[in-house]
Design a protein around this ligand. Structure first.
Ligand code: GUN
Length: 281
């Protein structure tokens, strides 16, 4: 029988812990504050930003919302970031991605002070992760580590296969699993004989962006499977990159979609917000 890793319950547990920490900080007169910037009208981004604001409210972190029109120039956005970098009452800054095409995403991410970079996307934080120094860590991979640890999955010495090499998930995920002493393999669109590689995995982390692509024939009996994908099928039902019904009977543990990795991303963002106020003193 497989066990479902309940991301909703684990994320709530983390947010409850953070709520206590925020209250303790408040007693010392320390108040985290997250500035959230949304440019344009992408409906999915709007939903994500709202969820982030709600999570702030839940744990008692102040959030400032900057909802800018689609035609905002790169210079205007950089100017706002500069002001927020200099504002001592703001501890964290988040620019929701994707940005409109006329704005250079790299320039924007580089402009955010690494000390306020709660997304962990700034090259300085990515570099710190790479060489094992402290810094902000990208929220989705950090959330997956928490899912594994809080579900008592042993990581050290295990074969971990990650499908996907994005800057936000695949690459930082590989570094975090390495930090936890797993043996790590990253697969991508050019990987030959993908099934042969994924079948070696004790822990399989899937971030490909293709609905239900991973079926039972990719998975070793008894593996732990983490599904990062989220897709809306016709008829509005949500699914992941893993064909849950086909794969689950072969797993020891598996994350569902929804209610697996998704809620963890926001919980870890909240964790980074609390850290940001400590870092910015
Ligand atoms: N767009 C999709 N995922 C993310 C994320 O984790 N952070 C930001 N800022 N934008 C996103």
């Amino acid at each position: 029988m497989y066990e479902i890793i309940d991301g909703k319950a684990i994320s709530t547990e983390i947010k409850e812990e953070l709520k206590v920490k925020v209250a303790e900080l408040a007693e010392q007169g320390i108040h985290p504050c997250l500035a959230v910037i949304l440019v344009g009208n992408d409906p999915a981004s709007g939903v994500y930003v709202n969820n982030k604001k709600k999570a702030c409210e839940f744990i008692g972190v102040k959030s400032l919302s900057y909802e800018l029109p689609e035609e905002t120039t790169e210079a205007e956005l950089l100017d706002l970031i500069r002001k927020l970098n200099e504002d001592d009452s703001v501890s964290g800054i988040l620019v929701q991605l994707p940005l409109p095409k006329h704005i250079n995403e790299d320039a924007v991410l580089l402009a955010i002070s690494p000390k306020k970079d709660v997304d962990g996307f700034h090259p300085e934080n990515v570099g710190a992760l790479c060489i094992g120094r402290s810094g902000f860590v990208s929220c989705t991979p950090a959330g997956i580590i928490q899912l594994l640890k809080r579900s008592n999955v042993e990581i050290a010495g295990k074969e971990c296969v990650i499908i996907g090499r994005s800057n936000i998930v695949g690459k930082p995920m590989s570094l975090l699993m390495l930090r936890e002493n797993a043996t790590v393999t990253i697969c991508h669109s050019k990987t030959k004989d993908l099934k042969e590689v994924t079948k070696r995995a004790d822990i399989l982390i899937v971030a490909i962006g293709k609905p239900k692509m991973i079926t039972a024939e990719y998975v070793k009996e008894g593996a732990v499977v983490i599904d990062v994908g989220i897709h809306r099928l016709e008829g509005k039902k949500l699914c992941g990159d893993v064909d849950f019904d086909d794969v689950a009977p072969h797993c020891s543990k598996i994350t569902p979609v929804p209610g697996g990795v998704g809620p963890m991303t926001i919980a870890m963002l909240m964790n980074n917000c609390v850290d940001s106020v400590i870092l910015n003193g």
